[in-house]
Design a protein around this ligand. Structure first.
Ligand code: ADP
Ligand code: MG
Length: 397
């Protein structure tokens, strides 16, 4: 279903409540909290700029971390507001109240074209519970609601979904639009040859995505810990590798149903311990007891690279190994390079997932990817074909 976008709304003179995803990593290195990685803040700038340039009042809301429904000074958005101010070179007001009369008065006194950031929505218990009281209190602050928090759109919380029930005009922001366009392209009409690369920690997170993609994708390259659940299900020894024993049947069923499109690693970088300084070696085929697979091996990298280089559409979620440890990062870095090269040669590539994007940043190839998604769970939910409450709640176009 098509939803309203910023192009359908005149924001001039309006109070525009914008749900952004400012759930950014903070650092305390300098003694006071600061933003360690501002990718998500930058991703929201087109929407914020649009509202300010067109004479709207931008009222920004976001969650940060998991404060558990009560105030926690370590998870205040105050420093994020300061950071935003330096990025847009405008004064960014900050309100330590998320809702209520005080903040409403501040907003009423603001001029058009100005911006305020409200405190962490998860300081309120009503946020995650999607309580109508809290959703209504948010709605009372504004005339228009814009959801630009793609990364949180798979959650039905008050600020991502509930609030939209109490405001007539609810639209997607620019980032949301861009995410949906890129992800719809790879999900619904990918140009063949197609390749999906799926890795990361758990099969259970990605079953729905594998199921959906195996109908339309010619190659599903599996890496990371989830490959060991597949390999074990198919009768291989995987030693002490991370396996989800309650998903063995599902993994076997998926592998059979995919009818050859699911490809599993045939060599591995293994170690006796899950440790950055553990001695590692490459093994082909089965993994003996006492060892665990922590990265895909060089032969697998070569096979995967060839498939990737031939592809016109590439979707990637989930690292190929424990890339946080240099000894087990090679596979992920090589795959990142292959995806970047294939993109240079004309493929359309999408990479998403919190850890996958960190790995991509570590590889230095971010700029060469067609679309880097700000969503992890949201991207998987979208690719699965499931509805996202944060999009569903918006006004139909
Ligand atoms: P994303 O955040 O991109 O969606 P996931 O959270 O699913 O990715 O998985 C990332 C995590 O998986 C990383 O922390 C990585 O260390 C871990 N991982 C990858 N391969 C292995 C492995 N072979 N054994 C254990 N953990 C792994
Ligand atoms: Mg993760």
């Amino acid at each position: 279903m098509k939803k309203l976008t910023l192009d359908d709304i005149d924001v001039r003179g309006k109070r525009v409540l914008v749900r952004v995803d400012f759930n950014v990593p903070l650092s305390n290195d300098t003694g006071s909290p600061s933003v360690a990685d501002d990718t998500r803040i930058r991703a929201a700038l087109p929407t914020i700029r649009h509202i300010l340039d067109n004479g709207g009042r931008a009222i920004l809301i976001s969650h940060l971390g998991r404060p558990g429904g009560q105030p926690n000074p370590d998870l205040s958005l105050a420093c994020v507001g300061d950071h935003l101010g330096t990025l847009i070179e405008e004064r960014v007001r900050f309100s330590s109240n998320t809702v209520g009369d005080t903040v409403r008065e501040v907003i009423d006194g603001m001029g058009d074209g100005s911006v305020i950031l409200l405190e962490n929505t998860r300081f309120e218990a009503g946020e995650k519970a999607n309580e109508p009281e809290f959703a209504k209190a948010l709605a009372e602050l504004a005339d228009v609601y814009v959801n630009d928090a793609f990364g949180a759109a798979h959650r039905a919380h008050a600020s991502t979904a509930g609030v939209a029930e109490h405001i007539d005009l609810c639209a997607m922001g620019r980032l949301m639009e861009k995410e949906i366009e890129a992800l719809t392209r790879v999900r619904d009409h990918p140009d063949p040859p197609t390749v999906a690369i799926l890795g990361g920690a758990k099969v259970s997170d990605k079953i729905g995505t594998v199921r959906r993609l195996m109908d339309s994708y010619q190659n599903i390259l599996i890496g990371g810990a989830m490959s060991y659940t597949f390999l074990k299900a198919l009768g291989h020894d995987v030693g002490e590798s991370r396996v989800e024993d309650d998903r063995l049947d599902t993994a076997e069923e998926l592998f059979e149903a995919a009818d050859g499109s699911i490809v599993l690693p045939n060599d591995h970088v293994v170690a006796a311990e899950f440790d950055a300084s553990a001695e590692s070696k490459v093994v082909h085929g089965d993994i003996e007891n006492g060892f665990m697979g922590l990265d895909i091996g060089p032969d697998t990298v070569e096979t995967y690279r060839e498939t990737i280089m031939n592809a016109d559409t590439i979707v990637w979620n989930g690292p190929m190994g424990v890339f946080e440890m240099d000894a087990f990062a090679e596979g992920t870095m090589e795959i990142a390079e292959a995806v970047a090269e294939a993109t240079d040669n004309g493929a359309f590539s999408v990479v998403g997932g919190g850890d996958s994007v960190s790995a991509l940043v570590k590889s230095g190839y971010t700029e060469r990817i067609s679309h880097v998604s700000t969503g992890g769970g949201a991207m998987l939910t979208f690719l699965e074909g499931a509805e996202l409450p944060g999009i569903d709640a918006l006004t139909d176009a």
